[in-house]
Write a protein that binds this ligand. Structure first.
Ligand SMILES: Cc1cc2nc3c(=O)[nH]c(=O)nc-3n(C[C@H](O)[C@H](O)[C@H](O)COP(=O)(O)OP(=O)(O)OC[C@H]3O[C@@H](n4cnc5c(N)ncnc54)[C@H](O)[C@@H]3O)c2cc1C
Length: 382
């Protein structure tokens, strides 16, 4: 495909408000934006994988439990926010392990929660072994899109007020930690810009999908961790949709990032063992005195926790295009410009909530890729 550049006169509508309901200024900043097109072709799909988000209506379970002579600290149930909250959540888990007098820690699982728990425990000077049924490349965490989404599908709106203070602590700690992981070789974490595209005004839709709860919104739009989205003036951008928002957020290059976590854990003297536990009693035989249970959706079976609801999510990877440095979000797909591939997450189909089918559906991803192609075809005419 011949590489083309899309040039658009971009404008940003900035609404400044000093008092409730009072808009001081509404203007568009004009700047030329050049977007390299995405080569959205199904023959460029290199990988399709499914993850099960471990959702709990009440939010994550981070608490200690006595199991025979051991203390088990649970650190699971983070829905669609696991990567974003991992450092903060694992810090809470480690605090509980310290309170229990931990000298050695068995971390069960090596997804986002297990890896960060293990790294923090090693940094605290504890002897640590990760026990996991899958190595990092095969865990559900690797099916994440990889954006800073600290309250995505995290809890039911009913439970949000009770969770708010703890969420803030987790989000603060995670965000601070991510600032230390910017600018590193391999770019495990970086800032990106992106665009949300819509045929209808933002906020005009009902928040709840059929069959799903209304999710808790814990982010405070007036004082958030990331810059606020900016509405772009109609006709000032190269997209076909009438409503466009520009945003800036943190992106996790999941492959590089998970590799960095694992290698730094091993380099610090941590150990890893591949094993599947079938019941809590299996954990009593471990030599470590304290256990951090970071089994994600696996906790449903291992600990019989039926409060965990699987939310299925599928991503496809297209061959990376380094010149595509922006993300896209529509009601039907997300695109995230990671270094290990252009991630395409299909959206807008019912049936993901309480769906534990983790078999990839290639047709679903191909359909999302074709939608992106048709969107770019429309932009050529724009
Ligand atoms: C499509 C999709 C997009 C997402 N996008 C984002 C995003 O952009 N940003 C974000 O922050 N979050 C995102 N998430 C959510 C995030 O991926 C999850 O919250 C996170 O992966 C949960 O991590 P975890 O470590 O708890 O679980 P997992 O990654 O499931 O890890 C569980 C670990 O426990 C092990 N295990 C399980 N059972 C046993 C057992 N019986 N014995 C031994 N080991 C066991 C597994 O092998 C694995 O190592 C997304 C999720 C999906 C599916």
């Amino acid at each position: 495909m011949k590489r083309r550049q899309f040039l658009g006169r971009m404008g940003a509508t900035v609404a400044l408000s000093s008092a409730p309901g009072m808009v001081l200024a509404a203007s568009c900043s004009n700047s030329d934006v050049s977007l390299s097109p995405i080569q959205a072709r199904t023959d460029r799909i290199t990988d399709v994988r499914v993850g099960l988000r471990p959702f709990r209506h009440a939010g994550p379970r981070i608490e200690a439990q006595r199991l025979g002579t051991k203390t088990v600290v649970h650190n699971y149930g983070h829905g669609g926010a696991g990567w974003s909250l991992s450092w903060g959540s694992s810090r809470l888990a480690l605090r509980l392990a310290h309170d229990a007098g931990a000298r050695s820690v068995a971390v069960i699982g090596c997804g986002a929660m297990g890896l960060t728990s293990a790294v923090l425990a090693r940094q605290a000077g504890l002897a640590v072994c990760i026990y996991t049924k899958d190595m990092p490349s095969d865990v559900y965490s690797m099916a994440a899109t990889g954006l800073w989404t600290p309250d995505s599908q995290l809890c039911d709106a009913v439970h949000a007020p009770r969770l708010a203070a703890r969420w803030k602590e987790m989000a603060n700690a995670s965000f601070a930690r991510y600032q230390t992981l910017l600018g590193l070789p391999g770019k495990p974490v970086e800032w990106i810009r992106g665009y949300s595209l819509s045929d209808t005004p933002f906020g005009a839709h009902s928040e709840a999908e059929e069959g799903e709860p209304v999710y808790g919104r814990l982010r405070d739009p007036s004082h958030d961790f990331i810059p606020r989205p900016v509405e772009l003036c109609k006709g000032s951008h190269p997209f076909g949709q009438p409503y466009v928002r520009g945003w800036t957020t943190l992106m996790f290059n999941i492959s590089a990032y998970a590799h960095m976590l694992l290698t730094s854990f091993l380099a610090s003297g941590g150990r890893i063992k591949v094993i599947e536990f079938t019941r809590p009693g299996d954990l009593s035989n471990l030599r470590e005195d304290t256990i951090i249970n970071a089994t994600g959706y696996g906790a449903r079976k291992l600990f019989g926790d039926d409060s965990i609801v699987p939310i299925r999510g599928q991503i496809a990877r297209l061959i990376p295009q380094p010149e595509v440095a922006y993300g896209l979000s529509t009601s039907q797909f997300n695109v995230v410009p990671r270094s290990d591939g252009l991630i395409v997450r299909s959206k807008g189909h019912n049936g993901d909530f309480n769906n534990s089918n983790d078999v990839p559906d290639l047709a679903e991803s191909e359909s999302a890729v074709r939608r992106i192609a048709s969107m770019f075809d429309g932009m050529r005419r724009f």
